[in-house]
Design a protein around this ligand. Structure first.
Ligand code: KIV
Ligand code: ZN
Length: 524
């Protein structure tokens, strides 16, 4: 957020890589529509650069970047590319429709990466830096070059590569802490020394890109900015490879709350942070941990008597920012069966959701059904309903009905009716327990070879009438797809979550022209 006293020099570019580094982490794969939805939200929120994907990876990735480039109104749209010319050319094609497009090309520079991953000598890497940046620069004026594994790179070689990249036309230089190895002081010094040593360093903007393997991604990002970097690469909810990337909401709020120590500014509309978190959580099916900074469910909850007493006297006793600043509304209105459409819309807005008219109708119908079964409908219940609509609104395989016979006298049996692309299918199956019976039913109805990697259940609220929220992760052809579903009946939630993951695999297959083997036998 801009303040009048701050200069352009102190401005930090927010580069969001939720759709690239975030989407790269196991299970976080998003469908085409989900990617467009997330990109729209990032564009609205004031993200300066959206890294929309890695176009060379697949036709699906290409199409997503291309479509986002067409639709985005404010943000620079960036595509990632390796150093190979065919990668760069494909990336350039993908970002072409953008009003402002960027090619982000990268190459490893650390000894361990050069020797084992690239199997190249330093001199070859150096030449490739020049040729890749030159190639990218022929397509666009906005070129970012990253020295992958920069924090484990020999300093002199790093400086030579950076100098060459800038000379070849790179306008942003990113020094990623690829493996989350750096500590803050060291990372700050890296930027300070590089900027001091590289003769043409003033011709480029420097960027931080931190992974969270030691839990220091945000601290390192801020340290890099203190060392002179003016771009932060981050993701919503901190999703990303392994332990994740620096969380966008955390770096943004750190700068906002600690202006005295972090006198930098950015253009993010912070009241959209909660909405952004929920959108990404719904799209990826990755739950946000309850105590997650800024956007976790407990981030503004005060449970102990001592804290509540302090809060009643003055909120500043235990809150360093108001919930409203990040888009959380203060009071929590409990909904019930007498609540109407207007009340539900108001509640959804309070919770940070903006839905289309059709989506609202669907949520309203399911809200009424839930309110009939459950006396009080809490915020968490509404969130589960909305997430469900965002996640499964487009599904091709839909659960019509499910009956399960369970108890002490096995085997357990499930009977299921599915709508598979408009065709009704019914099947019965046995299993070693009711969940197994339900999943066997799905396998019989929609034959597939995806493997179940994760099955997790938790209660959305307290009480025996609480909704169960189930996460299911399936792996198929080396990719993992996670889906989440909620229902007062745990077995129904389990079936829906499994079908959600299966739907993602089907959607992926349909978009991915390159995949020649059938992903899931949905027909016949
Ligand atoms: O972590 C990393 O090094 C990356 C690069 C591709 C920028 O994600
Ligand atoms: Zn990364």
């Amino acid at each position: 957020m801009t303040t009048t006293t701050q200069s352009e020099q102190d401005r930090v570019i927010i580069f969001d890589t939720t759709l690239r580094d975030g989407e790269q982490c196991p299970g976080a794969t998003m469908t085409f529509e989900e990617k467009l939805n997330v990109a729209r939200m990032l564009d609205d929120m004031g993200v300066d650069v959206i890294e929309a994907g890695y176009p060379f990876a697949s036709d699906g990735d290409f199409e997503a970047v291309h479509e986002i480039a067409k639709r985005s109104k404010n943000s620079v749209i960036c595509g990632l590319s390796r150093a190979a010319h065919k990668d760069i050319d494909r990336c350039a094609e993908a970002i072409k429709p953008a009003e402002r497009g960027r090619i982000h090309t990268f190459l490893s520079t650390s000894p361990v990466h050069m020797k084992y991953k690239l199997q190249m000598e330093a001199a070859q890497v150096y030449e490739m830096v020049i040729s890749s940046v030159t190639r990218a620069r022929n397509h666009t004026d906005d070129v970012e070059w990253s020295a992958e594994d920069a924090t484990r790179t020999e300093f002199d070689f790093l400086c030579r590569c950076i100098e060459a990249a800038i000379k070849a036309g790179a306008t942003t230089i990113n020094l990623p802490d690829t493996v989350g190895y750096a500590v803050p002081e060291e990372y700050r010094e890296l930027f300070r020394k590089v900027r001091e040593t590289v003769p043409n360093s003033d011709k480029a903007r420097f960027s931080v890109h931190c992974h969270n393997d030691l839990g220091m991604a945000v601290a390192n990002s801020m340290a890099g900015v203190a060392g002179g970097a003016r771009q932060i690469e981050c993701t919503i909810n901190g999703i990303g490879e392994r332990a994740g990337n620096a969380a966008l909401e955390e770096v943004v709020m750190a700068m906002r709350v600690r202006q005295d120590r972090l006198p930098y500014w950015n253009r993010i509309e912070t009241t959209m942070l909660t909405h952004a978190s929920k959108t990404v959580s719904a799209a990826t099916s990755f739950p946000v941990q309850y105590n997650k900074a800024i956007v976790g469910r407990n981030a503004f909850a005060h449970e102990s008597g001592i804290h509540q007493d302090g809060m009643i006297k003055n909120a500043q006793t235990y809150e360093i920012m108001t919930p409203e600043t990040v888009g959380v509304k203060g009071t929590s209105l409990v909904m019930g069966k007498h609540s109407g459409r207007a009340g539900l819309i108001h509640k959804m807005e309070e919770l940070g959701y903006k839905l289309s008219r059709n989506q609202i109708e669907d949520v309203f119908v399911r809200f009424k059904a839930l309110a009939d079964r459950k006396k009080d409908v809490y915020d968490e219940d509404i969130e589960a309903l909305v997430d469900e609509q965002l996640l499964h609104g487009q599904d091709q395989i839909k659960l019509m009905s499910l009956t399960v016979i369970a108890g002490t006298h096995g085997p357990q049996r499930a009977t299921m009716k599915l709508d598979v692309d408009g065709q009704i299918r019914i099947e019965e199956a046995e299993g070693n327990g009711p969940v197994d019976a339900v999943f066997n039913c799905i396998k019989a109805l929609v034959p597939h070879d995806a493997k179940l990697e994760l099955y997790q259940v938790h209660a959305v609220t307290e009480g025996t009438d609480a909704q169960a929220e189930v996460s299911v992760r399936l792996s198929h052809e080396g990719r993992s797809m996670t889906a989440r579903a909620a229902d007062p009946d745990t077995l129904v939630a389990s079936a829906k979550a499994y079908l959600g993951a299966l739907n993602k695999i089907v959607a992926k297959r349909q978009r991915s022209v390159r995949e020649d083997a059938p992903a899931v036998a949905v027909a016949g």
